[in-house]
Ligand binder design. Structure first.
Ligand code: PGA
Length: 247
């Protein structure tokens, strides 16, 4: 699997700012073929982004989805709607969804299941809170989140990617050390082979949480870090292109 560098814009950039961003970004990453580059703008920018990305290798992802196909779910967006806009990845279970919007593991499981059904590759986010880390519960929390997210769909481990994002590292300017992240990434890979005895190792495990241009390369130098999920530092095309090229 190619390494994956993904930008999670969160609730930033309007449609017109999105087209300006992409106009500036594409020339900066032109000719890069040995890694996958993914932009995850807000829903309102997907249409413009699809248009602007035509003919480029940069992929389009969404930050969330609903698991039902259609119906009375005010404010929600289905996977068919996303697919028609060229979306091939969806971020599921981001810590902001879990902790600001109260998404439980069972909802995350439904979303992952729906993505697999529709042929969209989910990026499942997991991560411990600071108090959990300090209580020595990091591995236990990660294991529980992954087991619950994959409950009933254990044989599809190769069809998802996972982002390890310690909650305390997100948007804090205080990233995990590459060595600490490496330990968790290796643990996640081992866990996937336990969950699915036929796991082929196609799941990329990305690191996320205060990634920037100066630390990106040291994360990518770690054996089990297969990519990055970048928030704040993905909002500027120049900065994000440097992260894309950090290894
Ligand atoms: P950050 O966010 O890079 O701004 O810390 C990462 C994320 O939440 O995906």
């Amino acid at each position: 699997m190619m390494k994956l560098i993904a930008g999670n814009w969160k609730m930033n950039l309007t449609p017109s700012q999105t087209s300006e961003y992409i106009k500036a970004f594409l020339p900066l990453v032109e000719g890069i073929e040995d890694r996958e580059v993914l932009l995850c703008p807000p829903f309102t920018s997907l249409c413009v982004a699809q248009e602007a990305l035509k003919g480029s290798r940069v992929k389009l992802g969404a930050q969330n989805c609903h698991y039902e196909e259609r119906g009375a779910f005010t404010g929600e967006v289905s996977l068919d709607m996303l697919k028609e806009l060229g979306v091939s990845y969806v971020i599921v279970g981001h810590s902001e969804r879990r902790w600001l919007f109260g998404e439980p593991d069972e909802l995350i499981n439904k979303k992952i299941t729906a993505c697999l059904h529709k042929g969209i590759r989910p990026i499942l986010c997991v991560g411990e809170k600071l108090e959990e880390r300090e209580a020595g519960l990091t591995f236990k929390v990660i294991e529980t989140q992954i087991r619950l997210a994959l409950s009933g769909i254990e044989e599809y481990t190769d069809k998802i990617d996972i982002a390890y994002e310690p909650v305390w590292a997100i948007g804090s300017g205080n990233p995990a050390s590459p060595e600490d992240a490496q330990l968790v990434h290796a643990f996640i890979k081992e866990l996937l082979s336990q969950i699915n005895p036929r796991h082929e190792g196609k799941t990329r495990v990305l690191y996320g949480g205060s990634v920037n241009t100066s630390n990106a390369g040291s994360f990518m130098a770690m054996r089990d870090i297969d990519g990055l999920l970048v928030g704040g530092a993905s909002l500027n095309p120049e900065t994000f292109s440097q992260i894309v090229k950090c290894f």
